[in-house]
Design a protein around this ligand. Sequence first.
Ligand SMILES: [Zn+2]
Length: 313
Amino acid sequence: MKEFVPLKRTLTLSFLAAELFFGGCSGDPLDIVKPEGRDGSKVIICTTTMIHDIGKILAGDLHNVRGIMQPGEDPHIYELKPHDTILIIEADLILMNGLHLEAQVGHVIDTKAKGKVVRLAVDSRIQTLGSEDTEGAPDPHCWFNPEYYKVYVEKACNALSELDPENAKTYRTRTDAYLKELDGLHAWGKEAIATIPNERRIMVTSHDAFQYFGQAFDIEVHAVAGISTEQDPTPQDRLKLEALVKKRGAKALFIETSVRDALNVMIRQIATATDAKVGGVLHSDSLGAPGSGADTYLSMLKYNLNTVVKALQ
Ligand SMILES: [Zn+2]
């Protein structure tokens, strides 16, 4: 199979600004939030690292695009820092996931944001999946189906064009190019997963973030914890999953980079109690750190696909 190679991303102004800000500079954080030397520059705040990637790709060199969560941070339990509230208040546009992914951050956005707020996962083109253990609450991890992530990108493009009509053509051109890359990765991923024999196409993860991934790439998914990482799974949950792993002969379980240790510990315990191995680490609700090989949506998804294929073949 041909290697999937995403286009190289250039270092954006927003990234440099974030480095300055989070690197411990002194002074009022508001000075940093304010537009930086470019007439008409806007403050665009993105909640998760996946959404920050969209913001940087479409508008990173045109506006002050900032992310609230850093690589490895869990949006379900992220605790707001004082400068996050300043960013939320100052933002001209906030791009967020919605569907209660950003639990505490979402609440502050609801009560404090003055600019436009766009919930990228809330759209009639996205058919949300439910979850048995959370009384029908919608599963917010829609970005793992590239078709749905394309809706995120389209919505971000529309919001940016509305905010900054002068550059609407630029946003459209960038969006079209990016959508093509997403189509390419989706097709490559489907081929990659199809190389796993059918009876082995079953994956078990720390929390239930991969149902849309399973839907997009045709693989069965189970998890220790539910669609949020807030609650601890019970010993009964663990025993149920152990039984399933044994019954189905699941070959590998996967730990995740952005969840609490307790959930990953349980994955290791299930692996020890069964014939399954720990098949590797997946990026679930956060991209990897810069230079990790999973620091963009495209490279993260490719990394996860390669990890799953290698472990289950
Ligand atoms: Zn999650």
